[in-house]
Design a protein around this ligand. Structure first.
Ligand code: HEM
Length: 415
């Protein structure tokens, strides 16, 4: 029996995408019987897909490619040009191994310890402050943690500037006007900063331990046996430290969760399993990455829909994490749901899905969970603070989303 694939009847929906934000794709796909919906964005016919089945298709590397899927405004700010996110096939697998090689148990333990050390130091500083805006502070905390973990020397004088540039790269990709221009400049400055360090390592002027991200990027050879050019090595190093700073958004949302669901905080402090489930629920429940794009490798039909070679396909990240077919009461914050979770590769996808090695799933999922758990443990066990009246609501129409006040704390001290 042939079923009609639903589609938008309007000429172009780019404006609706910016108006609906995180809800643009789920609003369309989840209102129908299939996991696919056709729309038009920037003049292109685009297939929107969602849910577990949609994610399986999106991560099928025989049918989907990444080259040409990302708009230049995203490459010139967030990711960098020609980096791992745009690669396919053997070249991608080889580059991915470089990232995966950084995630050893020792390196992750080191990251956990560094994160806790910086929370202790920052708490000392916050004790003397009238008010602390958590989001602003944890960006710096994570910038210091990320640089130390990656082997990137960071002087006191440059901490502010580097933190600002790395965050602007994250926040400016979807902006228009001056904010976007500033984001491009921030990327240029950051690439230059790291490129100079890569050159110093190669010239023997900077010594680093093997296994640190900076060292490994400097000595990595591509499939043709050549060292990465210095700019590419810098871009890939930024693909490690920039997302570590982005964890500040999940941390700020976690602080909001402690207030909105106060029963969670003592359980996070006392029970390590619950702590892990809390971190997972923060990643599932709160909005971060809205969707991702790929291009169709060759013509095929899926759920009655004729995918055409080269067509843009968008997978719904936020909507899949809130899909009622996968999650009971998806719009409730319930860390307990992870007690019986089977660990599916295509249901919890805040950092992508599928296999780490074969596809584009985020290699930073373990570091993210380490940083989140170390931070939530510290906040619940050792950090005393009061929460003054403020608006920490967030808007699903604004991408990337963030609690409005940035989460203000007062009377901060060690417990
Ligand atoms: C706030 C935490 C993070 C979020 C929300 C996040 C999200 C994502 C997402 C959605 C993808 C794309 C998956 C795809 O294209 O299919 C991705 C890829 C990637 N992430 Fe993360 N990430 C985070 C943290 C990290 C960390 C801590 C690192 C490094 C230490 C990292 C490094 C990367 C890299 C290198 C890729 C590209 C992988 C590839 O193309 O094969 N991320 N991340």
């Amino acid at each position: 029996m042939s079923v009609k694939v639903p589609k938008d009847r309007t000429i172009d929906n780019t404006i609706a995408l910016f108006k609906d934000g995180y809800e643009f794709v789920p609003k369309r796909v989840q209102s129908h019987h299939l996991d696919v919906y056709e729309t038009r964005l920037l003049g292109e016919k685009v297939a929107l897909i969602s849910g577990e089945e949609g994610a399986k298709l999106f991560y099928d590397t025989d049918r989907m490619n990444r080259n040409g899927a990302l708009p230049s405004r995203v490459l010139k700010t967030l990711f960098g040009e020609d980096a791992i996110q745009t690669m396919d096939g053997d070249a991608h697998t080889h580059r991915k191994l470089l990232f995966m090689s950084l995630m050893t148990p020792e390196a992750l333990e080191n990251l956990r310890e560094l994160t806790t050390t910086y929370w202790e130091r920052f708490t000392g500083k916050w004790q003397g402050m009238k008010k602390v805006v958590l989001y602003d502070e944890v960006r710096e905390l994570l910038c210091r943690t990320a640089c130390e973990w990656a082997g990137v020397p960071l002087t006191e004088k440059e901490v502010d500037k580097r933190t600002r540039d790395l965050s602007n790269m994250i926040d400016g990709f979807s902006a228009i006007g001056p904010k976007h221009i500033e984001s491009r400049k921030a990327r240029k400055r950051s690439e230059k900063w790291i490129e100079d360090l890569i050159k110093k390592i190669r010239e023997g002027k900077l010594e680093l331990k093997e296994g640190t991200a900076l060292y490994e990027m400097a000595v990595h050879r591509d499939l043709d046996g050549q060292l990465l050019d210095t700019r590419m090595a810098a871009i890939e190093l930024l693909n490690v430290i920039r997302p570590l700073i982005a964890i500040s958004k999940f941390l700020t949302f976690g602080a909001v969760a402690f207030e909105d669901y106060p029963e969670t905080k003592p359980q996070v402090a006392e029970d390590d399993d619950y702590l892990f489930h809390f971190a997972q629920e923060v990643r599932r429940y709160y909005p971060f990455v809205p969707f991702l794009g790929a291009r169709v490798d060759h013509d095929f039909t899926w759920q009655q829909y004729p995918f055409k070679e080269g067509q843009l396909v968008i997978i719904d990240i936020y909507g899949t994490n809130h899909d009622p077919k996968l999650w009971e009461k998806p719009d409730e914050f319930q860390p307990e749901r992870f007690q019986d979770w089977k660990g599916g590769l295509f249901d919890l996808i805040p950092q992508g899905g599928g296999d780490y090695y074969k596809g584009h799933r985020c290699p930073g999922e373990w570091p993210t969970l380490e940083v989140l758990q170390a931070s939530f443990r510290f906040m619940s066990k050792h950090l005393h603070y009061t929460v003054p009246k403020q608006d920490y609501s967030y808007n699903l129409r604004k991408m990337p989303a963030l609690p409005k006040s940035g989460f203000i704390m007062k009377n901060v001290s060690m417990k």
